[in-house]
Design a protein. Structure first.
Length: 124
């Protein structure tokens, strides 16, 4: 049985079509994530490869996360470029909140405001 090295996910967010292609040929060290909006704008990211990419939606916004980053994908051209938030431990879940991001990490829960990370609670 051969291992799946590339995967394409197509998402519809409002009136936008977003294609996310993940190349796992370098996993578990690295994966390459390519994001394309409406066949017009695209971004490419090198990410840690030991955890699959996951997706979230909030108020017409699309974001995705890997083991160490959350990326907000701008759906309209006037929203600028993609925004990335980083963590120094594995991100299990990411939630968009009015203050920024709530990251559920491997050993902590963090509230990230304007790119600044803070530990909101510790778990054992």
């Amino acid at each position: 049985m051969t291992e799946l090295r590339q995967a394409l996910t197509t998402l519809v967010v409002g009136d936008r079509v977003v294609h996310v292609r993940v190349d796992r040929s370098g996993a578990p060290r690295t994966i390459i994530v390519n994001v394309e909006v409406d066949y017009e704008r695209s971004w490419s990211f090198d990410e840690p490869g030991w955890q699959d990419v996951a997706f979230g939606f909030s108020e017409g916004r699309l974001y995705w996360w890997s083991a160490r980053h959350v990326v907000l994908v701008p759906l309209d051209e006037d929203q600028g470029d993609a925004v990335m938030v980083s963590a120094d431990e594995d991100i299990r879940f990411a939630f968009a909140v009015p203050e920024g991001w709530l990251l559920v990490c491997e050993t902590s829960v963090r509230l990230v405001v304007d790119g600044e990370g803070g530990v909101a609670a510790r778990t054992r």
